[in-house]
Design a protein around this ligand. Structure first.
Ligand code: HEC
Length: 117
């Protein structure tokens, strides 16, 4: 089997694992379809957002404090930190959401997540 085929299969497996981890850890707020709930939970159908690897990792690991987003404007909304997730689960979730709603699948490495913890 060629290298390319093997890695495509790895990516498909990662996306499948990510779908399960998303349902367990993100769905209650962002909804299974990723559209969230207006005013409460933001939609993840946002290719620009989903292209930002380090923002994805940081948001999942550290959550978002009430009253601030990345641009410094007030939101009054809270996302809890989900740092209890394993590196593998976080990488899988990012593969799943970027495959579903982004322009391309983002593959993050164990080290990229570990460094952000
Ligand atoms: C308890 C509810 C809740 C859970 C669970 C949750 N989120 Fe969030 N999430 C939020 C809220 C609220 C915001 C917006 C915070 C803000 O406005 O600053 C947010 C913001 C985000 C953003 C940034 C959106 C933007 O426009 O900047 C991303 C990406 C995200 N969440 C992904 C996830 C993923 C992936 C998971 C699961 C691993 C998850 N969230 C779990 C409530 C949640």
């Amino acid at each position: 089997m060629s290298q390319a085929t093997a890695s495509e299969r790895d990516i498909r497996n990662q996306i499948a694992l990510g779908a399960l981890a998303f349902a367990d850890n993100c769905k209650q707020c962002h909804q299974l379809d990723g559209y969230g709930e207006e005013k409460l939970y933001p939609s993840l159908h946002n290719p620009a957002l989903l292209a930002d690897k380090s923002l994805m990792i940081k948001t999942i690991l550290h959550g978002r404090a009430i009253g601030q987003d990345e641009s410094g404007s007030e939101t009054g909304r809270l996302m809890p930190r989900l740092s209890f997730l394993t590196n593998q689960e976080i990488a899988a979730i990012i593969a799943f959401i970027t495959n579903s709603w982004g322009d391309e699948v983002l593959i993050v490495t164990d080290k990229q997540i570990e460094d952000a913890r």
